[in-house]
Design a binder for this molecule. Structure first.
Ligand SMILES: *Cc1c(COP(=O)(O)O)cnc(C)c1O
Length: 377
């Protein structure tokens, strides 16, 4: 059996080595390290893939979120609602821009932001909602877009974990996540579903004016060379990273399919087990792309299981061990524990097993046997 890894980037690279190397070599040969032609080419290819009018590449996913919020013209004290159960980058940029983060609970079955909790959190100061498509599963965008329209709010999709997933709307139409809200942000961190070989990110929008504003913000607030109209930042996708992404984008659907197949196998091994709640999903729709595979371990020793798996050489992790409302940086007397029953429970129960594009059947069997061995003893 091949060595188990949380994410196996080496095996993935070995299969596409020639394509990636040729693409990187092109940058080296032309020395167009910044804003080279491959950055533009990747931008166009991603626009086509997502079916979105504008992709604006930038330096990383955290910048993408921050720049999206700057582009919308959000001002200090504006309230921005987001999920309590997510990676900290989402709330970090809200706080950095001196906006007011409003953390709300998530739903137990999807682990995504709770529509009911959003409704309760809206005040006259609310300006935006940031749904996170956590672990690769799209949030309930129909309901979120409807609430946003009713209250005149912006929707900023944090799509760092779900690139390539289809959102299947109640009316049956399909849209790539990230292209549904007013603006979307993604990350190309190496372990993400579309990862480069360093840092990278992008912002998506169908709004021409917003796209124009954002193109200036990422480039020091310049719309005309050496004319700085707004306070911007320097946030670029390197040409070498664009070369990697351009070579990998044609494989994104296959990569997501491989993740879904691995999830199907995990789910089959764990089905009907009283201590494991598996992430359910529709195998016929591309509506969950499993950035992480995170079942819940209930009425059992989750932390003991983690130690057991690690002792057998199986990497595993807890995403996320502490709710954001309980993190030192984001403590706020506005929050009451009763507002976060689901997040507080999830942090005790979730566990991430190895999930990547190269998982082999014998590896999955070894992992699931080890999980069942511990829970059945
Ligand atoms: C990875 C991630 C980010 C940040 O992306 P970086 O490229 O690491 O800055 C933001 N939000 C979520 C949900 C993420 O998983």
């Amino acid at each position: 059996m091949k060595k188990l890894q949380m994410v196996d980037l080496k095996s993935q690279y070995d299969k596409i080595k020639d394509t990636v190397n040729t693409s990187i070599q092109e940058v080296l040969d032309t020395t167009t390290y910044i804003n080279g032609p491959l950055v533009h080419e990747f931008q166009k290819n991603l626009e086509n893939y997502l079916g979105v009018k504008h992709v604006i590449p930038c330096a990383n996913g955290t910048d993408a979120l921050q720049i999206a919020m700057m582009g919308l013209g959000l001002k200090p004290d504006d309230e921005v609602i987001t999920a309590d159960f997510t990676f900290a980058a989402t709330v970090e940029v809200i706080a950095l821009l001196q906006l007011t983060p409003v953390l709300v609970d998530v739903e137990m079955d999807t682990m995504n932001i709770s529509v009911e909790a959003i409704k309760k959190a809206i005040t006259p100061k609310t300006k935006a909602i940031v749904p996170v498509h956590l672990f690769g599963r799209p949030a309930n965008m129909d309901a979120i877009m409807q609430i946003a329209a009713e209250h005149n709010l912006f929707v900023i999709e944090d799509n760092a974990q779900a690139i390539g997933a289809d959102y299947v709307s109640e009316n049956g139409s399909k849209t790539k996540v990230g292209a549904i809200g007013h603006v979307g942000a993604t990350s190309f961190f190496p372990s993400k579903n579309l990862g480069c070989y360093g840092d990278g990110g992008a912002i998506f929008t169908n709004d021409d004016d917003l796209a124009h504003t954002i193109r200036g913000i990422v480039n020091h607030g310049m719309y005309e060379r050496y004319h700085h109209d707004v306070v911007g930042v320097n946030s670029r996708l390197d040409s070498i990273q664009a070369a990697v992404l351009n070579a990998k984008l044609p494989f994104l659907n296959d990569y997501n399919k491989a993740r879904r197949q691995a999830a199907t196998k995990y789910n089959a091994a764990f089905s009907d087990h009283g201590n494991i709640v598996t992430p359910n999903f529709d195998e016929n729709e591309n509506n969950h792309v499993f950035h992480q595979y995170c079942p819940r371990i209930i009425n059992a020793d989750r932390d003991g299981l983690l130690t057991h798996l690690q002792s057998k050489g199986i990497p595993c992790a807890i995403y996320y061990p502490i709710p954001l409302h309980a993190q030192k940086a984001y403590l706020d007397s506005r929050y009451k524990e009763e507002q976060f029953p689901v997040t507080n429970q999830l942090v005790q129960e979730v566990m991430a097993l190895p999930m990547h594009t190269e998982l082999e059947d014998d590896q999955i069997a070894f992992i699931t046997d080890a999980v069942l061995e511990f829970l059945n003893k």
